[in-house]
Ligand binder design. Structure first.
Ligand SMILES: *Cc1c(COP(=O)(O)O)cnc(C)c1O
Length: 386
């Protein structure tokens, strides 16, 4: 089976992990800070805080921005459920903004309309979480402009977008947001097994997140009420969590990060190859905005359902039978039973639902070959005739 995504692990990666295992510290040593500094340097941002999962990064980002009961958070329906759950963890309510039919990212027009409506009904959001779907950045300058007008904070869910560029800068530079988060799940751009990371330019947010990552305790003398008790002493000031990344994981991440630019180049080349090979088939290939330069976490096509005889399900099943691990990203979050129980209904965000009906994710990962793609495209051509 050709999977839809797969990590690329080198001998150097394995050595980096073994070296940590043979050292004195397998967690809370000096590799996590090295990994954080390397990501901060890569993104061109001041602070990076590594955490246990991308989901933990979203949770801490919301908490640091003060999201709590009675607050509203908006995100895209075309995302993994974690982008919405983080608001619910904080006791806030969640709502969605429908997607742009070309990029499948949050639509700026829909966002503008919804903000105007919310202002008139006095229910503006505290935080908006744009999701850089498939590795293509949202139009962040536009969202930033709206945040200044309406007074909401921005968390970029960049789980797909480490290594992507927007307006000439790396995603994660935090030029247009308060906080951005990454995920290092094996399907993502680089992996630490499980893992995530928060980046920000704001010192207070960074301090707060660092403290919440480790039980809300501090040894920082500026914050402590007593300082001369003894070396063992620490104080808890907030209700935090154990959301730490281990040095074992950070060593893998650091080693992977040294190949990130090569990973991105390879994915861009493979995506171009798909685009060329798919031109004669009745499918819609991914559209790119001219401001964003995707890192191609996912390669998603849409079937032109009016042009083919079969259904999306038939095409999907046929490809799976051919050993091609196609997938679908994403089931619109608001149609999940849990969210329906919160009051959302089918039809609430029609463009994300229409997109979902025709979308198929084709395999794309660093070690995929052009002959794999030839086989996938041939199989897709047969599937579309059946
Ligand atoms: C993977 C992912 C997450 C969650 O990351 P984990 O590391 O799996 O917790 C959040 N948002 C999006 C868009 C993702 O794809």
């Amino acid at each position: 089976m050709i999977p839809y995504a797969k990590q690329s692990i080198s001998k150097e990666d394995i050595k980096a992990v073994s070296d940590v295992l043979a050292s004195d510290f397998i967690t809370q040593g000096n590799i996590v800070p090295q990994f954080e500094q390397a990501i901060a340097d890569y993104c061109g941002v001041t602070y990076a805080i590594a955490v246990s999962h991308g989901t933990a990064a979203l949770h801490l980002a919301c908490l640091a921005l003060g999201v709590t009961e009675g607050d509203r958070v908006w995100t895209s329906p075309n995302t993994f459920v974690a982008s919405a759950n983080c608001a619910l963890y904080c006791g806030a309510s969640i709502d969605f903004v429908d997607i742009d039919p070309l990029t499948y990212n949050m639509s700026i027009k829909a966002l503008e309309e919804k903000l105007l409506w919310a202002k008139n009904h006095q229910c503006l959001p505290k935080v908006i979480i744009p999701v850089h779907f498939s590795g293509q950045s949202c139009l962040m300058a536009e969202i930033k402009r709206l945040s200044e007008h309406y007074g909401f904070a921005i968390i970029e869910d960049a789980a797909h977008a480490l290594g992507a560029d927007y307006a000439g800068q790396k995603v994660g530079s935090c030029q247009y947001c308060d906080i951005a988060i990454f995920s290092f799940h094996p399907a993502k751009m680089i992996t630490t097994g499980e893992g995530g990371l928060v980046v920000t330019k704001n010192k207070n947010l960074a301090q707060n997140i660092k403290q919440l990552r480790s039980h809300g305790v501090t040894k920082n003398s500026e914050q402590m009420t007593q300082t001369s008790v003894g070396d063992w002493y620490y104080e808890q000031h907030n209700l935090g969590f154990n959301y730490r990344l281990t040095d074992i994981q950070a060593a893998l991440g650091l080693s992977q990060l040294s190949r990130l630019d090569a990973f991105v180049a390879k994915r861009r080349a493979l995506a171009n190859y798909y685009n060329e090979q798919l031109t004669s088939l009745p499918v819609i290939t991914p559209q790119q905005s001219d401001k964003a330069y995707s890192c191609w976490h996912l390669y998603v096509i849409r079937l032109d359902l009016s042009q083919i005889k079969g259904t999306r399900k038939a095409v999907f099943s046929y490809l799976r039978e051919q050993g091609i691990g196609v997938h679908v990203h994403y089931i619109p979050v608001h149609t999940q039973p849990y969210f329906q129980a919160l009051g959302f209904a089918e039809g609430d965000f029609p463009r994300s639902e229409a997109y979902y009906q025709s979308a198929i994710t084709l395999p794309l990962f660093v070690d995929l070959t052009t002959s794999d793609i030839d086989y996938i495209v041939r199989s897709l051509a047969s599937a579309l005739q059946c």
